[in-house]
Design a protein around this ligand. Structure first.
Ligand code: NDP
Ligand code: 2IT
Length: 446
């Protein structure tokens, strides 16, 4: 690592204390950029990276709401408008008790590079709240979403900033948020993505992140003459991303044998297919947030408090949350013969875990490349909204598939060009960076 990058990381840590996830995300990107910054002194002299680690704008606000008993609660809301060099800010909203400024800054930072990789005109942003949707009634969720939007609406717009879902924010929440935005602004626009199909949403958006992960993994496997046909697959999580991934793996002839939740993981040797995939949606909608329900229903082993990475598989798809796969997990996967790790979640592998995969030369892709199908399809939803013309399912899926293939090619070619063949981390970081950096140079000191 160059002295320049070392000192940049040190500055970020000093200036943003108590934000370890943000430090982690910046470090991963900055370490990949050494050679780029050496070859292009203009980025250094224009302080492009120093600008990129500072959000263009952060909005933080109070969200008061009343529960079904009339008791008043106060949550905290955020929107990080990270970078608008290549398009309006774009990125999801996360509702989870662990949300704080640092988590959303890490996600917004990742989003900038991810959105750049999609080749669509989208800048990077992220937002959310420390609200815990677990165990809340429908009416409570609605009142919370309305209160959240009552402040957020003044900061977003279809050409300004377009939020979407993430952990804890799915179709139901997007509906309540959209309703309140429309009421406050008297405007029916594509201000959010992940909308319902009857009111501006895109077909395939719910499946898109998971499908995209599998399309990307398919391309990775192809480089080694492998495929999903007959492969065993470990998936973590059981939310939106995991669900789409399980469905697509199964369609391609693979067998998903694990799912996980905050309570532990299940091991279904027969594979998660048919009605079992549908049951994942029921589990998520129950707002119990427990994967044990699957083992009770289908009578398969449940391992409380454990992660799924000890089960021997050909492919691992981490689809739950950040830092859910550490060094020991990475070593265990490799020892058991895993050949490909393709991230569905954002930053699910720790920095040291990533090094284990890279040193072992297993196929490994960072989330910002392999989970870009979700936001890419959000971008396609924005296009359809602007045209006021919905596309059929086949067209959206075709475009999604093409975008994932292109991202794969971009990562492979960029890694090669910058002397790190086969390294998807440097390929994704460098390619994502270059497009945004050049746009920033073009637009002057802003
Ligand atoms: P969901 O809310 O549908 O599912 C995520 C769930 O995973 C949370 O409810 C959380 O439960 C649970 N979880 C937390 N820790 C663990 C763990 N260690 N093991 C298993 N499950 C755990 O979210 P999504 O499926 O939308 O998102 C999953 C990941 O994918 C996130 O990293 C997200 O940022 C990323 N992503 C999502 C996209 C999208 O379009 N939705 C697009 C691209 C990336 P608990 O609340 O109890 O902690
Ligand atoms: O992390 C992500 O890319 C998302 N949560 C999706 C963002 C979006 O705008 O669709």
């Amino acid at each position: 690592m160059s002295e320049y990058v070392k000192s940049l990381i040190a500055q970020v840590k000093a200036k943003n204390p108590s934000e370890p996830e943000f430090h982690q995300a910046v470090q991963e990107v900055a370490e990949s950029l050494d050679l780029v910054l050496e070859r292009h002194p203009e980025y250094r002299s224009a302080k492009i990276l120093e600008r990129m680690v500072e959000p263009e704008r952060v909005v933080m606000f109070r969200i008061p709401w009343a529960d079904d008993q009339g008791e008043i609660h106060i949550n905290r809301g955020f929107r990080i408008q990270m970078n608008s060099a290549i398009g309006p800010y774009k990125g999801g909203l996360r509702f989870h008790p662990s949300v704080h400024l640092g988590i959303l800054k890490f996600l917004a930072f990742e989003q900038v590079f991810k959105n750049s990789l999609t080749s669509l005109p989208m800048g990077g942003g992220k937002g959310g709240s420390d609200f815990d949707p677990k165990g809340k009634s429908d009416n409570e969720v609605m009142r919370f979403c309305q209160s959240f939007m009552t402040e957020l609406f003044r900061h977003i717009g279809p050409d300004i900033d377009v939020p979407a879902g993430d952990i804890g924010v799915g179709g139901r929440e997007i509906g309540y948020l959209f309703g309140q935005f429309k009421r406050l602004t008297r405007e029916f626009s594509g201000v959010l993505t992940g909308k319902g199909i009857n009111w501006g949403g895109s077909l395939i958006r719910p499946e898109a992140t998971g499908y995209g992960v599998v399309y990307f993994a398919q391309e990775m496997l192809k480089t080694k003459g492998m495929s999903f046909d007959g492969a065993t697959v470990a998936v973590s999580g059981f939310g939106n991303v995991a669900w789409g991934a399980v469905e697509k793996v199964t369609e391609l002839g693979g067998k998903v044998i694990t799912l996980s939740g905050p309570d532990g993981f299940i091991h279904d040797k027969d594979g998660i297919s048919g009605d079992k995939i549908h049951y994942m949606l029921k589990m998520r909608a129950s707002s119990r947030d427990a994967v044990k329900d699957y083992s009770d229903k289908f009578n398969v082993p449940f391992y409380p408090g454990k992660r799924p990475w000890s089960v021997p598989v050909d492919v691992a798809l981490p689809c739950a949350t950040q830092n859910e796969l550490d060094t020991a997990d990475a070593r265990e996967l490799i020892k058991n013969g895993c050949k490909c790790v393709c991230e569905g979640a954002n930053m699910p592998t720790t920095l040291d875990g990533v090094k284990v995969f890279l040193d072992a030369h297993v196929l490994y892709s960072p989330g910002k490349a392999s989970n870009a199908g979700g936001v890419a399809t959000s971008g396609l939803e924005m296009s359809q909204n602007s045209m006021r013309l919905p596309w059929p399912k086949e067209e959206v899926d075709l475009r999604l598939h093409q975008i994932m293939r292109n991202i794969h090619t971009t990562c492979v070619e960029t890694a090669e060009k910058y002397g790190t063949p086969g390294n998807y981390v440097s390929g994704a970081n460098i390619a994502g960076f270059l497009k945004v950096a050049d746009a920033m140079l073009d637009q002057g000191l802003v």
